[in-house]
Design a protein around this ligand. Structure first.
Ligand code: KG4
Ligand code: ZN
Length: 335
């Protein structure tokens, strides 16, 4: 059996996981430092980096234990680590740890792109996945529409030109005085609100696949200043409706333009109930397989990194010891 140990430390999650060559997850441990960041309304890079340093060792140990592997000499074929994009201090903790383990155990390692990791998540949950696939990848840091013709073969059709979808959720939540992260709270409030209570623009109505959420966030601020009596539920429902409409409209355009067998959602915002319902409906309409990640697979984890690493290690060359972290590594630059 070929096993890969994945390590993920690009943001506030410290994660390690063991995955086999059939993309079966033998173990997956995720620890988050989110509680330390809440008071600041967002992830504080310095705190995240320090948390990784203390957490990474125990997390790796637990991932090996859960997979039934000997921590002093685990029977793994290699390691995979997120080497970008992400917070530089956080990435360096995962990368340095991985290099040290690679040397100690005498196995190769590979640095993988975090976004490519998200694209491998459906492979871990849908065994009979058929290609090509259209994936909407929406998180706190990124929003992209990607056409995948096979594992590791992806074409970025469009991406946000300003804020990411999750970032818009978090900024609007902060404006409304809600906690961080704002997505889950707005999602919950929106269920009891009216989606047409506020007139908000659906940005980017052109026929390309780029996205934009900064104007929507400003429109929410203006509209709530003008209608101070409006309930939080109505603001949440109106904002969520406009944001999802943009995402679903662009996804629909991509499905009209390109022939695919399935559609997938990935990233933290893939947990959103309205978006999940909209994508399910769209897939049904186009007669496509719909791949919605479980909640654990929406957020950052190391199983998806191990899966991408399995592919990279088996099809390419391992990384060298002089590999550096790439905080701004674009998915389009992954070859
Ligand atoms: O993928 P992720 O865990 O971290 C990044 O790589 O960014 O995504 C976190 C983002 C946050 O912005 C959070 O507000 C958003 O995902 N999020 C949601 C929901 N759950 C998490 N956004 C909308 N609805 C949700 N239910
Ligand atoms: Zn992510």
């Amino acid at each position: 059996m070929t096993l890969v140990l994945g390590i993920e430390t690009s943001c506030d999650e410290t994660a390690a996981a063991v995955v086999d060559e059939n993309f079966r997850v033998l173990s997956s441990i995720v620890e988050s430092s989110i509680d330390e960041h809440r008071a600041f309304g967002g992830v504080v890079p310095e705190l995240a980096g320090r948390a990784h340093v203390t957490t990474i060792g125990p997390v790796v140990r637990r991932a090996l234990d859960d997979a039934g592997l000997d921590p002093s000499e685990p029977a793994i074929a290699g390691l995979a680590v997120t080497s970008g994009p992400g917070l530089i201090g956080s990435l360096l903790v995962g990368l340095s740890t991985t290099k040290a383990l690679s040397l100690a155990w005498g196995v190769p390692y590979v640095g993988v792109n975090h976004l490519e990791g998200h694209l491998f998540a459906p492979l871990l949950e849908s065994k009979d996945l058929e290609w090509p696939l259209m994936t909407l990848l929406v998180s706190g840091g990124h929003s992209l529409i990607v056409r995948q013709s096979g594992p590791g073969q992806h074409e970025v059709l469009g991406e946000t030109i300003d804020d990411a979808a999750g970032e818009a959720y978090d900024k609007v939540a902060r404006w409304l005085g809600l906690g961080y992260p704002g997505g889950p709270e707005i999602d919950r409030l929106a269920k009891d609100g009216l989606a047409d209570a506020l007139k908000l623009p659906v940005s980017m109505i052109g026929d390309d696949f780029d996205l934009s959420f900064s104007g929507l966030k400003t429109a929410v601020v203006r509209a709530t200043e003008a209608h101070r009596e409006i309930s939080l539920e109505d603001v949440a429902a109106s904002f969520q409706s406009a944001l999802c409409e943009q995402l679903l409209r662009k996804l629909r355009q991509s499905l009209e333009r390109f022939e695919v067998r399935g559609v997938a959602l990935a990233g933290g915002v893939a947990a959103n109930s309205a978006l999940r319902a909209g994508v399910t409906q769209l897939a049904k309409e186009f007669g496509l397989e719909c791949h919605l990640p479980t909640m654990a697979m929406c957020t950052d984890n190391a199983a998806m990194v191990a899966a991408a690493g399995l592919f990279r290690l088996s099809s390419g060359v391992p990384s060298q010891l002089n590999l550096s972290a790439r905080p701004n590594w674009q998915l389009a630059d992954v070859t």
